[in-house]
Write a protein that binds this ligand. Structure first.
Ligand SMILES: *Cc1c(COP(=O)(O)O)cnc(C)c1O
Length: 352
């Protein structure tokens, strides 16, 4: 077997594979409507919102764009701390949506502080919860609180792409008004679906525009168990099947994911590798490359053992490597990956 150790797409959940092997459903039929409603209701629980979750056909980036276009009107001022490739993407999306986006640059791997976002005069704040490019986790509740003390009318949008089903999340409890995720990360499904979660406050404040990404139109259709356009209904079936399996044991699942990622860091640090993030997300373990070792050599050492890893992005390209056990791996598979990690690095590091 091949070990997919990339932070998305990930090793598929067996329930996803099983669901995907079923015959095609037509999306405007009763069984499909029931499935769609069930998936949305499970997603609402997973996001921790009393609002709504919309299922869009596209990747996580599409959901980020849908959030920016429907939560804010052109010309509105939004603050976007940039501390990795995905927060940088959020900034670019905000600009493309015609917002007056102001970036707040931090070195990749660092996380913003509450005082960084406690600036007046903004309609919105866009944050990436788990910055997959650096492995950093931000303190969403503290940042949302600081921003809203300065901007009581402001809305907070969060990218929860690699925190949903990987660590605890909750929209309203965190002071987050809207959040996004995708199917190919913590949900352990194939790529192809993006989710936009909207709190009750965000639902009241929607400023829909666009056509395919008009969330008011989607909301109307999805409340009835349909979607405005043909959905990737097979993937919706996979998402429903995985959530049905995971949600009753969510706490144990999150504890497993935390333990697995801590194990990767434990192994790497024992080998003398330096972690990239200031605060570690449980979604991915990111390490600086050993002195004088090119990324290609590390990638090759894993590839010889049938394992696929990820490198750095943006300014971290060629400087780091990343491993993730976000996919459907159990405790003992994770221990196997830890052994594989030690062996792979032994090929590279001089024997001490
Ligand atoms: C994977 C990811 C995305 C979305 O990427 P897509 O390739 O468009 O699915 C967005 N944000 C974060 C933090 C991610 O890890």
């Amino acid at each position: 077997m091949e070990w997919l150790l990339t932070p998305g797409p990930v090793q598929l959940h067996p329930k996803a594979l099983e669901a995907l092997s079923r015959p095609q459903l037509h999306h405007r039929t009763e069984p499909a409507r029931a499935l769609f409603l069930e998936a949305r209701s499970l997603l609402k629980r997973a996001f921790g919102t009393e609002g709504e979750v919309l299922v869009l056909t596209g990747s996580g980036t599409l959901a980020m764009e849908a959030l920016a276009q429907n939560l804010f009107a052109p010309g509105e001022r939004v603050l976007v701390p940039v501390y990795g490739k995905f927060s940088e993407r959020f900034y670019e999306i905000a600009l493309a949506a015609g917002l007056r986006a102001e970036r707040l640059d931090l070195p990749y791997g660092r996380v913003p502080r509450p005082e960084d976002v406690a600036q007046r005069g903004f309609q919105g704040l866009l944050l990436v919860h788990s910055e997959t490019s650096t492995g950093a986790l931000v303190d969403l509740p503290a940042l949302a609180r600081a921003f809203k003390e300065a901007n009581p009318e402001g809305l907070v949008g969060a990218d929860m792409v690699t925190s949903l089903l990987v660590r605890e999340v909750a929209l309203e409890a965190y002071g987050v008004d809207a959040a996004v995720s995708g199917s190919q990360k913590g949900l352990m499904c194939p790529p192809g679906l993006g989710f936009v979660a909207l709190s009750p406050r965000a639902l009241e404040r929607l400023k829909p525009r666009g056509y395919y990404l008009d969330l008011a139109r989607e909301l109307k259709a999805q409340r009835e168990g349909e979607s405005a356009w043909t959905p990737a209904i097979n993937l919706v079936g996979a998402v429903k099947a995985v959530l049905e399996a995971v949600m009753p044991h969510l706490e144990a699942h999150l504890a497993l994911k935390a333990w697995q990622n801590a194990l990767l860091y434990q192994v790497g640090e024992a080998l003398g590798l330096r972690p990239v993030p200031e605060v570690k997300s449980p979604a991915v373990a990111a390490f600086y490359l050993p002195e004088g070792v090119p990324y290609g050599a590390v990638k090759e050492a894993f590839a010889r053992r049938n394992a696929v890893i990820a490198g750095g992005q943006g300014p971290l390209k060629g400087r780091i490597f990343r491993l993730s056990l976000m996919g459907a791996y159990d405790r003992y598979e994770a221990l196997g990956v830890a052994a594989l990690f030690r062996e792979a690095l032994a090929d590279i590091l001089p024997a001490s």
